[in-house]
Write a protein that binds this ligand. Sequence first.
Ligand code: ATP
Ligand code: SF4
Ligand code: MG
Length: 326
Amino acid sequence: DRVVLSARGLTKHFPVRKGLRRKAVRAVESVDLTLRRGSVVALVGESGSGKSTVARLLAMLHPATAGEVRLRGEPVSARFGRRFRAYCRQVQMIFQDPFASLNPVHTVRYILTRSLRIHHAGLSTPELTARLAGLLEQVHLTPPERYLDKFPHELSGGQRQRVSIARALGAGPSVLLADEPVSMLDVSIRLGVLNLLRELTTELDLAVLYITHDIASARYFADTTVVMYAGEIVESGDSEAVTQDPAHPYTRLLIASAPDPDRPGGDREIPARGEPPSLITPPPGCRFHPRCPQAMERCRTQAPPALPGPGGRAVACWLYDTEAPE
Ligand code: ATP
Ligand code: SF4
Ligand code: MG
């Protein structure tokens, strides 16, 4: 089995105050995800849909309100201790803004050495030097000597993101959680960084979660695409199928409103996008029903479970309920 990381029923409610009342932002609701070696899963959705919260839950940066995460079948419960430290080595995160995530007072050598030392105590100096050069070569920053003594501000945005990737690789991970890794980068260099991630996925047999609001990039970059709406997964399946022949009304809306260079405008009506719902008092029934052009009566009261959709995908929508005719 190629499964490395799996989450079941992952839920996060953030407590907040509204005036005198205590409430909760229901940011992530019962999410199931499976990451496999040598494979990229794209997690797609509009701003505020809960993508980063899912990544932070998987990276154990937040305690979950409910749900279970397993690394190679082993449940990870406590956020301390030896098993937790091993988990943190195995599951590495790459953030959107490499400038904010790299300490400006440290050189590339220091940043990478620290990552190698934290995760592999007891490396000799020659071993360390070889590993440093190897890491930079892996992210195509060559020759390594040219980069080792640079500070983050002396690098381009793309080079900085490559250093963050090298730092993550220093830990010897099996899972990379990449939260919008290219969205802050210049359009012209995004593809290079995505191709690098793809190459590393295969070469190092990594399991990668690629978070993006750009569903078009999921098509060529990810094997599987998972679509989130208002904290819930609404559709998941083979990327080609989900992006070319979306089944859930929200995925259709997302694709119709995304600029697609391959599809000149004019031949398709762009539906009104509407507003994402409040996560403090989410709509009852299907959370998408206030914006759904196909909403039926039951959608207002009953939340749809994940149902089998075309091409083996899962779709949380009553349109795919074959049992009860509406
Ligand atoms: P974006 O595309 O803008 O990055 P996202 O899909 O990553 O959005 P999240 O950052 O996961 O969305 O946020 C999901 C919801 O949880 C939002 O409504 C957000 O305001 C809320 N949220 C996130 N972190 C907290 C927090 N620490 N306290 C309260 N609410 C939070
Ligand atoms: Fe639309 Fe109903 Fe499907 Fe929700 S369950 S997406 S409201 S048709
Ligand atoms: Mg985010």
